[in-house]
Design a binder for this molecule. Structure first.
Ligand code: URA
Length: 265
């Protein structure tokens, strides 16, 4: 392991634990396939079973259909402009900058957080504050980097909720077409939902992080896994080890997904 990597793991407060598990888990693409398959099968049966069926949209939602349809036709340029000019919920009033997303527009990995904080609102980029530093270290620990093409990072809402409160349902609903279009355009192989708000909005159901971790779930056909939000991990150091388990699980899942695509027919 490089000394730079040692430094990063130390910074996360996870050595020697992270180092030990990293050796055991990351290189095991072949050996990990069974785990992942089991997780994928579990996800498939879950999909058939417990995810609630869509219900008819109330009139207020139908009124938004046209807006949604227009967003679904947008390319990257139009989508960025639309988000930058959006005044469709109350969050626009106090924002400094919209926070669209960053990374490779065809990335395999997509990390979705909750919403911008003060630093992100000032800079217009997701995860640039303290939580962002931890996210960068988490990415580096699995050999990913936000500046490379293979990672895309964005949030459920694109404007800062005042005082860093959770986004209201209405705010998340207004932003949902933007996120959905980002996912459609990136076409990630795997989405990692960072924290409960991201999980709740992407899975459209209430559940604890504990009950969602360690399984391959799905966002409209795209595999999705859930882990803790970096800001939560900054406050709950003991759960960093669980986040590391989740990242190793994500790496194994990605290896499995990539092997499925590249395997000869
Ligand atoms: N927390 C988030 O969920 N997203 C950010 O961009 C920053 C902090």
């Amino acid at each position: 392991m490089s000394s730079r990597r040692d430094e990063m793991l130390t910074e996360m407060g996870l050595t020697p634990l992270w180092r030990l598990r990293e050796r055991a888990s990351i290189p095991l693409a072949a050996g990990a396939t069974d785990d992942t398959r089991a997780a994928l099968e579990a996800a498939a049966s879950e999909k058939a079973g417990s995810i609630p069926k869509a219900v008819a949209a109330p009139p207020a939602l139908r009124a938004g259909d046209e807006r949604r349809a227009a967003i679904m036709r947008m390319d990257w340029t139009a989508l960025k402009q639309a988000v930058g000019a959006c005044v469709d919920c109350a969050l626009h009033a106090k924002r400094n900058k919209t926070v669209f997303g960053v990374g490779g527009e065809n990335a395999d990995w997509m990390f979705v957080g909750e919403g911008p904080g003060a630093d992100e609102d000032a800079q217009g980029e997701p995860f640039v504050g303290q939580a962002g530093k931890l996210l960068d270290n988490m990415l580096a620990a699995i050999k990913l980097d936000r500046t490379e093409k293979n990672v895309y990072i964005c949030n459920v809402v694109k404007c800062r909720p005042p005082g860093n409160r959770n986004p209201e349902a209405e705010e998340a609903l207004k932003c949902e077409p933007y996120l959905h279009r980002q996912i459609e355009l990136v076409k990630p192989r795997l989405i990692v939902a960072l924290g409960r708000v991201a999980a709740l909005n992407l899975l459209a159901r209430e559940a604890s992080i504990a009950s969602l971790r360690g399984r391959v779930l799905e966002y409209r056909g795209t595999p999705l896994i859930v882990t803790y939000h970096p800001a939560y991990l900054l406050r709950n150091l003991t759960d960093k080890a669980k986040a590391w388990e989740d990242l190793c699980f994500a790496v194994r899942t990605m290896a499995h997904l990539q092997s499925q695509v590249s395997a000869p027919i």
